[in-house]
Design a protein around this ligand. Structure first.
Ligand code: G3I
Length: 360
């Protein structure tokens, strides 16, 4: 039987080895991280994803949601590894204007305040979307002048509230169908396609310094839906409408293949003098995950990161939360999950190391 001293030495060695692994993985372990201090080379000199991205003039972000903010280990990584934060739900219409003309900033403010305390910037998400609308808006019909006034008031009140605190707004989210036709939302049906230009103009009036984006999924590669954005961007520019960027959500799934035209697609928007960003990245798979699936997933994260770095106006990458513990996927796609670079125990997966490699 081994002596107590041998056992405690072994324990110490194991703890040391674990700390080395965590530090190598960029997982903050020290008191600074636990206090949610600024990201930076504060843990053993190991640069964070944000530090690495900044060396390329890019950001590396994560979405988060209010209920998760009681989870201190989760918060420590959120506060240390990233330099851009997106509220996953807290700034949506149902949350911010639950009754007509009655605004509630509590959820958005909580996330903005946390981000500011951690010296992180914020992407505002989202002002105009057909989903997660309040009942008062969806439960009745509107004339065009009525809905126009409602939309203008919502956009301008929200953007004004956060004026100076938001790096970029997803002004209109998911405006197109897969075939590139306009999605028949209440806004489109009541106001026509001009609601997009109006929304951008109203947002710009309320915070002239915020970058204004159109944001959608399945527009990573070149195809009818991303073509629709390309064409709309040109039309808006010709009309002098304020538009700064296109957000490619990048909710990928192993079973559908990698969007190999991503880099070319980013480049064509750059040529229009528009920024681009990967705004909601995750790569889902059928669970359980195995080594082969995780390896492919890691390749995809690497490829996406490299594509963004290769195109000057691709300004940054945001994960749609960073850990499988809080991913939206299992609730929406039965049998799928494991989409993020950190697992449910907050341990880094091969995807995490692949992103580091790409950024290094
Ligand atoms: O707030 C209620 C809570 O009161 C209730 O107990 C609970 C029971 O299901 O539901 C809660 O609402 C959920 C909400 O998230 C807040 O957690 C909704 O059911 C759920 O549907 C909703 O999901 C969000 C989803 O958008 C809605 O479409 C996800 O969290 C959010 O990550 C996801 O984000 C979207 C982006 O905004 C746009 N792009 C796609 C992306 C993924 O769908």
């Amino acid at each position: 039987m081994r002596s107590t001293t041998t056992r405690s030495r072994t324990r110490l060695r194991l703890a040391g080895a674990l700390a080395t692994v965590l530090v190598a993985a960029g997982i903050a372990t020290g008191p600074a991280a636990q206090a949610g201090e600024q990201h930076g080379p504060s843990h053993g000199g190991q640069p964070t994803l944000a530090d690495l991205a900044q060396r390329h003039g890019r950001y590396f972000g994560s979405a988060t949601d209010n209920p998760e903010l009681t989870d201190e280990p989760y918060k420590a990584v959120l506060g240390s590894e990233f330099d851009m934060i997106t509220p996953g739900n807290g700034m949506k219409w149902y949350a911010t204007e639950p009754q007509q003309g009655v605004f509630d900033w509590s959820k958005g403010d909580e996330i903005v305040n946390l981000a500011r305390a951690n010296h992180q910037r914020v992407r505002g998400h989202t002002l105009v979307w057909h989903s997660q609308l309040p009942d008062w808006l969806t439960g009745r019909t509107w004339t065009a002048p009525e809905l126009r006034a409602v939309l203008k008031k919502h956009i301008q009140t929200e953007v004004r509230h956060y004026r100076g605190k938001i790096y970029a707004w997803d002004v209109v989210n998911e405006a197109f169908n897969e075939d590139g036709t306009y999605r028949e939302t209440v806004f489109y049906k009541t106001l026509g396609p001009g609601y997009i230009a109006d929304a951008l103009r109203w947002a710009h009036q309320a915070d002239p310094k915020a970058k204004l984006y159109l944001n959608d999924y399945n527009i990573e590669g070149i195809g009818p839906k991303s073509d629709a954005y390309y064409k709309l961007a040109q039309e808006l520019q010709a009309q002098g409408v304020p538009l700064d960027g296109i957000g490619l959500q990048a909710h990928l799934a192993l079973q559908y293949g990698y969007p190999t035209t991503l880099e070319d697609n980013l480049r064509r928007f750059s040529r229009l003098r528009l920024d681009t960003a990967l705004t909601e990245v995750d790569v889902r798979m059928f669970v359980p995950a195995d080594e082969a699936k995780l390896a492919t997933q890691a390749e995809w994260y690497r490829d996406m990161t490299e594509a963004c770095l290769a195109v000057r106006r691709c300004v940054g990458i945001t994960l749609w939360d960073y850990t499988d513990k809080y991913s939206w996927i299992p609730a929406f796609f039965e049998g799928e999950g494991a989409a993020l670079p950190w697992d449910e125990q907050l341990a880094p997966k091969p995807a995490y190391f692949a992103i580091r490699d790409a950024l290094s």
